[in-house]
Design a binder for this molecule. Structure first.
Ligand code: R5P
Length: 288
């Protein structure tokens, strides 16, 4: 097996290689003057079982294209099989056509990867379980529960889903912890805009832990935190799998009164006070 760390999170790629006991391959990834991506695998991968590690964090277009180019490079170099560990799979929010004229972006992204030669994908907490059907190749879909639940248990909080879409995850956490459950009713008047409308469930006097798949603009978590505090919650903490974190997200979440954040290293996270980052490499090694 040869592991190729992509450019989105080479530290995670190298840690997966270390835990799996294999040396990471040397690759060069750069840009031509016009912005086109150029990749080159420096090692001989002929006959090898090649695994590329690349979360599709910002800039998502470049990460997707780099992953596709690395797969193509491995395939034409004669790799026996090409797999991709995609700790964060982007383009997942437009997975169904809600309005005429919209693409099915998730399906297209997965098809691009299949066309590039990826024969097996390993992903962590896709935006929705229904997305599994977007992948034309065999997919291992991992959950982050074993990474996050032990920390959630220490917090001794009521578990809150910040929207209806995250309710199943919150229900699972609440059931595993024997904790009370609440959900925030959210509306999305436009892309990247989230409005928390109402809290369903009793949170007065409670410490609350919002659990979600990701924070991007941070508006979902910030809105939920404000709604919970307005409903009488004693304090609010946040836990999410993918710290996508568009510029300003952390400030927005903190500004809404969120006391602490727990996330994973599925995408590269800059260390910040009050942000606990749980390593995820062991999960991927086991799946491989
Ligand atoms: C809901 O659609 C998702 O589970 C997340 O809540 C959402 O993508 C987070 O995005 P943002 O941080 O931009 O509100």
């Amino acid at each position: 097996m040869i592991l190729i760390p992509g450019d989105a999170h080479p530290e995670l790629g190298r840690e997966i290689a270390r835990l799996a006991g294999i040396a990471p391959a040397t690759v060069s990834i750069s840009s031509f003057a016009d912005g086109e991506t150029r990749v080159r695998i420096e090692d001989d991968v002929r006959g090898a079982d090649v695994v590329i590690v690349q979360p599709m964090s910002a800039p998502a277009n470049d990460r997707l294209m780099t992953l596709a180019l690395l797969a193509e490079a491995a395939r034409v170099a004669g790799a026996q099989r090409v797999s991709a560990v995609i700790p964060y799979f982007a383009y997942a929010r437009q997975d169904v056509r809600k309005h005429p004229g919209e693409p099915r972006s998730a399906q297209l992204a997965a098809r691009i990867l299949a066309t590039a030669g990826i024969e097996r994908a390993i992903a962590l907490e896709l935006h929705s379980p229904a997305l599994e059907s977007a992948f034309p190749m065999p997919l291992v879909h991992l959950q982050a529960d074993e990474l996050l639940l032990p920390i959630a248990r220490e917090r001794r909080c009521a578990i809150v889903s910040p929207d209806a879409g995250g309710l199943k995850r919150a229900q699972r956490y609440a059931a595993a912890l024997g904790a009370p459950l609440a959900v925030v009713v959210k509306s999305r008047p436009g892309p990247d805009v989230a409005t928390a409308l109402q809290v369903l469930g009793e949170v007065r006097g409670q410490s609350c832990l919002i659990v979600d798949d990701m924070a991007s603009t941070g508006r979902t978590i910030a809105g939920a935190a404000q709604a919970l505090l307005a409903a009488g919650a004693r304090e609010v903490h946040a836990m999410f799998v993918h710290a996508v974190m568009a510029p300003g997200a952390l400030e927005r979440i903190r500004g809404a009164g969120v006391r602490s954040i727990v996330t994973t290293d599925s995408v590269r996270v800059v260390a910040e006070p009050g942000v606990e980052v749980v390593p995820s490499a062991a999960l991927f090694v086991r799946a491989l």
